[in-house]
Design a binder for this molecule. Structure first.
Ligand SMILES: Nc1ncnc2c1ncn2[C@@H]1O[C@H](COP(=O)(O)OP(=O)(O)OP(=O)(O)O)[C@@H](O)[C@H]1O
Ligand SMILES: [Mg+2]
Length: 215
């Protein structure tokens, strides 16, 4: 692997997608290699189909372990079809959510066990991990309030409808992961203004890229 793999994580409404949109042109301007921005299912056809199953509001009978297995399967296909080939070409691949999301949402949120979900995902990824994970931290209520302010209730998918305690468990799991893996995961206070969050993220990425970053 010659490229650089970076993931963005955080609870719903933390600002991952907004930050990445703002970051992308700056990254493209300063990075020496191609920058690939992606998110699961990432346009991989099989991953898309799996994702439809997970998010379909009609699938109310979906078992929590089934959901976790489907996420891992979708991730695997996206990894193989998109992330690994881009890394092999030397690109900087920035992914909106990766394995940590499953550990937090399925492991802690759905309470099927963070270690079990991690182990399943290690099988799915064959151990591929981001070199850097930026964790955008917000209290669950802040993230949910941001989303509610910008969407109609009818646009919510099945996973959005979870209660606040679910999202609190998700955040707590992220904080545990960040504490356990400080060498990979950098926590940024995402309650700040978007511009401040973006600036901090750029600083962290610049440090990670080192000589691959040109002023
Ligand atoms: N730092 C910020 N301050 C205030 N509002 C923000 C900030 N960052 C993002 N927002 C707003 O919060 C909402 C959610 O942001 P965004 O979609 O980027 O979050 P996300 O982390 O990608 O969420 P999801 O996990 O649901 O995809 C958007 O309406 C966005 O404009
Ligand atoms: Mg998003």
């Amino acid at each position: 692997m010659v490229g650089k793999f970076i993931s963005f994580e955080g609870p719903d409404g933390a600002g991952k997608t907004s930050v990445l949109q703002a970051l992308l042109p700056q990254l493209q301007a300063h990075a020496q290699q191609a920058v690939v921005l992606t998110r699961e299912p990432g346009g991989a056809r099989i991953s898309e189909k799996i994702r439809e199953l997970i998010l379909d509001p009609q699938n109310t009978e979906m078992d929590a372990r089934t959901e976790a297995l489907l996420y891992a399967a979708s991730r695997r296909q996206h990894l193989v079809e998109k992330i690994l080939p881009a890394l092999a070409k030397g690109a900087i691949v920035v992914c909106d959510r990766f394995v940590d999301s499953s550990v937090a949402y399925q492991g802690a949120g759905r309470q099927i066990g963070e270690d079990a979900v991690l182990a399943m995902n290690q099988f799915a990824t064959a151990g591929v991990q981001p070199a850097l994970t930026i964790y955008l931290d917000v209290p669950a209520a802040v993230g949910l309030a941001r989303i509610q302010a910008h969407r109609q209730a009818t646009q919510y998918d099945r996973l959005d409808r979870e209660r606040l305690d679910f999202h609190e468990r998700v955040r707590a799991a992220y904080l545990r992961l960040a504490q356990q893996q400080p060498q990979r995961i950098v926590t940024i206070d995402a309650t700040q203004a978007l511009s401040a969050v973006v600036a901090e993220c750029l600083g962290v990425i610049q440090q990670t890229l080192g000589a691959q970053w040109q002023a």
